[in-house]
Write a protein that binds this ligand. Sequence first.
Ligand code: ZN
Length: 133
Amino acid sequence: MRKIEHIGIAVNSLELSNVLFEKLFGTPPYKQEEVESEGVKTSFFMNGPNKIELLEATNSNSSIAKFLEKKGEGIHHIAFDVQDILAEIDRLKNEGFVVLNETPKKGADNKLVAFLHPKSTNGVLIELCQEMR
Ligand code: ZN
C-alpha cells in the first residue's frame, strides 16, 4: 500500500455538502460522478495534495444509505493507493483480512477498488484503489 488516496465522507445531501466543503477548502469540487452500481453520487475535492470524496446515497439499498441510517454523517472510509490491486487482495487475504470484493470493481474517479470489512480492521472501512490503466 502506498499513500492515502482519499478519505470518503458520507453525507445526507451532496448539494448542501458541496457548498460547505467549497467554503472549507476555498475551491469547488473538481469532479462529480454517479456510480449507479453502488447507488451513490460522489463529488471530489482537492485540498493541497489531499483528496476528499463526498458520498450521497441514491437509493435506500445503497451501503451509504445504510451507513447514514446507522451512524449518521461522517467519515465512511479511508482509501489507499495500491499499485497492483490483485496482488494486494491476495496478500491481505493471506494475512487474515476479510476482503469484501475478491474481484475488484470499477469505482468512481477512474479506479479499480476493493474494500476490507471493518470487522477485520478495527472498525475502519478500508478501500484499496488502483488507477485504471
Ligand atoms: Zn472512496
